[in-house]
Design a protein around this ligand. Structure first.
Ligand code: PMP
Ligand code: PLP
Length: 415
């Protein structure tokens, strides 16, 4: 028998229909009677239309999202990725929570998820470990997952008669914490391997729009030349792609979207009904109004300005690293996202210098906290993650200087 959602949505669009089905507070009783948004250029967007004000304060009736925002996301995603398989899309409260939902729906306790060896810290600490899952670390380099080792790993599981993992979690652009971008050739190979071993791909891509040229004075890319996503090659509907407004608009809005096989999207909707009933209506209306005010050209301009901001920050930290860390650390120049991943050359474990860094007045994340199996799994990790996203340019320079001074002092102490 169809669920309540299906029964009720079958009535949608019936002319003159009277809704006596929902437990919805009356729109006339909502307290907010108007909203004014002021954008960067001083332009004001007034939300005073009763339909929009009601939508902003009401339950989001479809769970798929506020219709104008949902339509924007669908049009935009199909323009950017032209998914070749069967896919559907819904608005979400951001990628973080959607990762957790997808894991819950696709995995059983004791199941293992394939991950880049170093990955988004919340995966181990807040998702894998508390839910009783396991993570399988995949060898990676400056260009992400190494396909050959990935295939060998799966083949050895198959040869040993062990169950194959169902899900690969990957951050293909501006990888957190390494900053790596997985190149197209590798993505094609990884997709092919996942097809051979029937593995679904959870493509978490919050830094997709934050790709920049590393050439001095390089032009921003805008919305073109951002590379081929896993979604764009997904003839099998095995990719679950997560997009987020967190890094392009603001993380406090808590808005993103997921594109996946229609059956899985339907299950995500049911699951969201069991937790928060969908993304916050108020912020969905606000985001939709901002995008509408900008139009496609304005969105592109905004993306360009974000790319320039991050390109500039990356150049500042890169120059400071060259000045203060040469001979003390190795790194790859970041071309996306917000992280510089340093391999310390003079200490074998980043924890050794943590107290000294505190004295010097700079904080970075020791690499082991990003390990997909959790920090306790790693005895020693020479890596540290440095974010160039929020400190001022001067602080970025000073922070790197303090890191350099600390590393040099540690080296001198070792004799
Ligand atoms: N519990 C009950 C008994 C309800 O009727 C509702 C709303 N219809 C909820 C919870 C959902 O509450 P909230 O809007 O705070 O998520
Ligand atoms: N995934 C990765 C790899 C991240 O680095 C982050 C934020 O730092 C998130 C997801 C969280 O995204 P959202 O704000 O959309 O929940």
């Amino acid at each position: 028998m169809a669920g309540l959602r299906k029964v009720v949505t079958a009535f949608a669009g019936v002319p003159g229909i009277i809704g006596l089905h929902g437990g919805l507070p009356p729109a006339t009783a909502f307290p907010i009677k108007g909203v004014t948004l002021t954008l960067e250029d001083g332009k004001k967007v007034e939300i005073d239309d009763p339909i929009k004000l009601a939508a902003a304060q009401q339950y989001c009736l479809t769970t798929a999202g506020y219709a104008p925002l949902h339509e924007w996301a669908k049009r935009h995603t199909w323009q950017m990725h032209s998914p070749p398989g069967e896919h559907d899309l819904i608005i979400t409260p951001g990628n973080n929570q959607t990762i957790e939902v997808v894991m819950r729906l696709l995995m059983d306790q004791g199941d293992a998820m394939l991950c880049e060896e170093y990955t988004y810290p919340h995966i181990a600490e807040s998702m894998v470990q508390p839910q009783g899952y396991a993570a399988i670390p995949l060898a990676m380099d400056a260009h992400g997952i190494i396909p050959g080792t990935f295939r060998t790993h799966l083949q050895s599981l198959r040869d040993a008669g062990q169950p194959l993992p169902k899900l690969l979690y990957t951050i293909p652009v501006g990888q957190n914490p390494t900053g790596a971008i997985t190149p197209l050739g590798r993505r094609r190979e990884i997709y092919g391997i996942c097809r051979d071993y029937n593995i679904l791909i959870l493509e978490d891509d919050p830094y997709y729009y934050l790709q920049f040229s590393t050439a001095h004075g390089g032009e921003p890319k805008g919305l073109t030349d951002l590379g081929h996503s896993y979604l764009s090659m997904d003839t099998d509907s095995r990719v679950i792609r997560l997009d987020s407004f967190s890094k392009v608009l603001a993380p406090g809005l808590r808005i993103g979207w997921v594109t996946a096989a229609p059956k899985l999207v339907e299950r995500i909707i049911y699951h969201m009904q069991g937790i928060h009933l969908g993304a916050n209506s108020f912020t969905q209306v606000i985001v939709s109004e901002v995008l509408n005010e900008w139009g496609p050209a304005g969105f592109d301009r905004h993306i360009c300005s974000m790319q320039s901001e991050y390109a500039h920050r990356a150049a500042v930290i890169q120059a400071a690293a060259e000045e203060h860390l040469t001979g003390l650390a190795d790194w790859t120049k970041p071309a996306a996202g917000m992280f510089l991943w340093l391999k310390l050359l003079t200490v074998s474990d980043a924890d050794e210098i943590l107290d000294k860094l505190k004295d010097a007045g700079v904080v970075v994340v020791p690499g082991r906290f990003s390990h997909c199996c959790g920090p306790k799994h790693v005895e020693q990790s020479p890596y540290v993650r440095v974010s160039f996203a929020s400190a001022s340019h001067e602080e970025l320079r000073q922070g790197m200087e303090r890191l350099g001074v600390t590393l040099r002092a540690a080296q001198a102490a070792q004799g």
